[in-house]
Design a protein around this ligand. Structure first.
Ligand code: ADP
Ligand code: ASP
Ligand code: MG
Length: 592
């Protein structure tokens, strides 16, 4: 018999009428011959209400007690849902995370799933019940209640679908699918019928709140197709699967993270170990750092910038200041009025011209770029918050996201899960379900770094540089822009070694025009890439990498990060040694 997991988010169970409507959907699926597991969120904004209550009592509520409190929201909804199903004449049993046996680690408010029991759920299903699971919660080894982080019911749903070997995982929400960008932010956003796991993963972690990013990690890892659809209608929504919507378009979606803060640490000694010290002190406060940018040092000193959520800025600055003895920086600056705009697309990996297009669109709209980071499948820029909405609209239309691609599927593909047959293997994988897994560690020594230092900062710099380089047919790989002292921009990029001389000529020409202070070429660079799943949500990855390299006396010159890959540039002759130490450092999580 087939099994379906149906997840209902807060707005979908916001009142009694909606709870009954959700109950009817589950009963209908059961009548069609499926076994049904429902995963339910807290009603409406109930979790926010609980968070607010806690803050009224205590500015820094203990995380354990926070979980005790927040988990009650879901407990209310599962009970009411079971009652609704009973009243409609079907059988249902509600279960908390602990009753199911969703075991997590003890990181309260951000716990990770370690394993999930399936017996009780299966028995209840076999006895003809609809099983209603409380989303977002689990239990640690000491029987403490834990929660998985805001939005975590999606992760409960996909994880249950994975362990129960479900045929489908349906995410019922208040939008009728995944859009090219948040439809609440941009009216021109277009619903897509299909999006790839990797794109959804990036978009989710870059601000597309429609899916909890860790749920997409699970889906990818265990091959669970996700159907995102509306609670309030029956139209088919969006399938999150292996394949993107289009194989011809470079960009599949855009996202905005509105409330960011930038921290720039100026003049840190450009020696091994600094990045490690810095991010170690921040990670010890469980703050997740994004958009890490370090530009190439001059006079033995480098500038490191990164972004953090705005409400974690104070804590971050405390951490940076408390490490000042070790970091020996000259100055720390911050800007809390910034937003991050990103475009994501699997097709970017194969097409050139995406970055210069993005920078051109922003320049034409007179939007200044403060920082740039790229990865194989995304480009993020940091802009002033007052420009963010315009920037999002500009890149959305610039990449034709409002227009359906010619090769888009006409209907939602019927995807079935790749079936697991070996029960023992499934169980063994479950034991470390949310663990970090690294697929590969790769050395690429075919690149050179070009850097334009201290370019007077104004809109259009990046566009000028990248258009000129693209005009020569040179493929740019990594792009990093940092804010230098006095707001001058430092722009670094990597190009194939064979093109480095030509790229340097172009960079010199444009750099002179723009008034850059210095143009450098490090012809012999080595790129070390660590790729896997969950690299950003496991904040320790960067730290492990930096520590391993610094212990080996290897200096990191450029950094960029994404959900699926962390890249660093080191000096060419240290590439092989770097690869060896990274292989050792990640040996325990490296899949072979
Ligand atoms: P739920 O309570 O059902 O989990 P969420 O509020 O977490 O619902 O997620 C749904 C919301 O996600 C939508 O209302 C929409 O505004 C927002 N959203 C952000 N980005 C996207 C996107 N790319 N596509 C669709 N919705 C998005
Ligand atoms: N109720 C939790 C929250 O609001 C979990 C969820 O809805 O996914 O974050
Ligand atoms: Mg949600």
């Amino acid at each position: 018999m087939s099994l379906i997991v149906q997840k209902f988010g807060g707005t979908s169970v916001a009142d009694c009428e909606k709870i009954v409507a959700a109950a009817r959907k589950a009963i209908r699926a059961q009548k069609q011959g499926h076994q049904v597991v429902m995963v339910v969120s807290a009603m409406g904004k109930n979790t926010d209400v609980l968070v607010d209550l806690a803050r009224q009592i205590n500015d820094h509520p203990p995380a354990r007690e926070m979980d005790m409190l927040l988990s009650t929201g879901e407990q209310v909804s599962v009970a009411l849902m079971a009652m609704a199903i009973h009243s409609l004449g079907a059988k249902a049993v509600s279960l908390t995370g602990a009753q199911i046996g969703i075991k997590t680690d003890s990181t309260h408010t951000k716990a990770r799933i370690i394993s999930i029991e399936t017996e009780r759920v299966k028995e209840l299903l076999d006895a003809g019940n609809i099983v209603i699971a409380a989303g977002f919660q689990g239990i640690d080894e000491n029987l403490n209640i834990t929660t998985l982080g805001r939005g975590g019911s999606d992760t409960t749903a996909v994880a249950l679908a994975a362990v129960l070997d479900a045929d489908a995982c349906e995410i019922y929400t208040d939008v009728d699918g995944v859009y090219t960008t948040d439809p609440r932010l941009l009216a021109e956003a277009r619903r897509v019928l299909q999006i790839s796991y990797d794109e959804m993963l990036e978009l989710a972690s870059l601000g597309a709140g429609v899916m909890h990013s860790r749920s997409v990690e699970f889906a990818k890892k265990f091959g669970v197709p996700i159907h995102v659809r509306s609670s309030f209608s029956d139209i088919t929504g969006t399938m999150i699967v292996d394949q993107p919507e289009s194989n011809t378009r470079p960009v599949g979606g855009a996202a905005m993270t509105k409330n960011e803060a930038r921290v720039t640490i100026e003049g840190v000694p450009d020696v091994p170990g600094i990045s490690h010290e810095l991010f170690h002190s921040i990670a010890s406060k469980a703050i997740s750092v994004d958009m890490i940018v370090q530009d190439i040092g001059a006079d033995g000193r480098a500038n490191i910038s990164f972004t953090v959520p705005r409400d974690e800025l104070e804590q971050t600055l405390d951490a940076v200041r408390s490490a000042s003895d070790i970091l020996k920086y000259e100055n720390v600056r911050h800007d809390e009025e910034v937003s991050k705009i990103s475009v994501v697309g699997l097709g970017m990996a194969e097409q050139s011209g995406v970055a210069d297009k993005m920078f051109r669109v922003l320049a034409d709209n007179k939007i200044n770029i403060q920082m740039i980071t790229t990865s194989e499948i995304k480009i993020s820029v940091l802009v002033a918050r007052e420009d963010a909405q315009r920037a999002l609209a500009a890149v959305h239309s610039g990449f034709l996201l409002d227009v359906t691609p010619d090769d888009a599927p006409e209907s939602v593909a019927a995807v079935s899960r790749e079936r697991e047959h070996d029960a023992a293997e499934v169980v063994s994988r479950l034991r470390t379900m949310e663990d970090l897994t690294i697929d590969s560690i790769v050395l690429d020594d075919s690149q050179s770094v070009i850097a334009l230092r201290r370019v007077p900062d104004h809109p259009g710099i990046a566009a000028r540089v990248f258009e000129a380089i693209a005009a020569e047919g040179i493929l740019v790989d990594m792009i990093v822009q940092n804010v230098g002292r006095g707001d001058a921009a430092n722009l670094s990029l990597t190009v194939p070694k064979s093109d480095s001389e030509q790229a340097l000529v172009v960079a010199k020409r444009i750099g002179d025009e723009l008034g850059a202070e210095e143009i450098l070429c490090k012809a012999d660079a080595a790129k070390l890439s660590v790729s896997g799943i969950g690299l950003r949500s496991h904040t320790g990855v960067g730290i492990r990498m930096f520590r391993a390299l610094s212990d080996a006396g290897i200096n990191v010159e450029l950094i960029n990060t994404s959900e699926v890959m962390v890249n660093v540039i080191v000096e060419g002759k240290q590439g092989q040694a770097g690869l060896d130490v990274l292989n050792k450092a990640f040996a325990d999580v490296l899949l072979d």
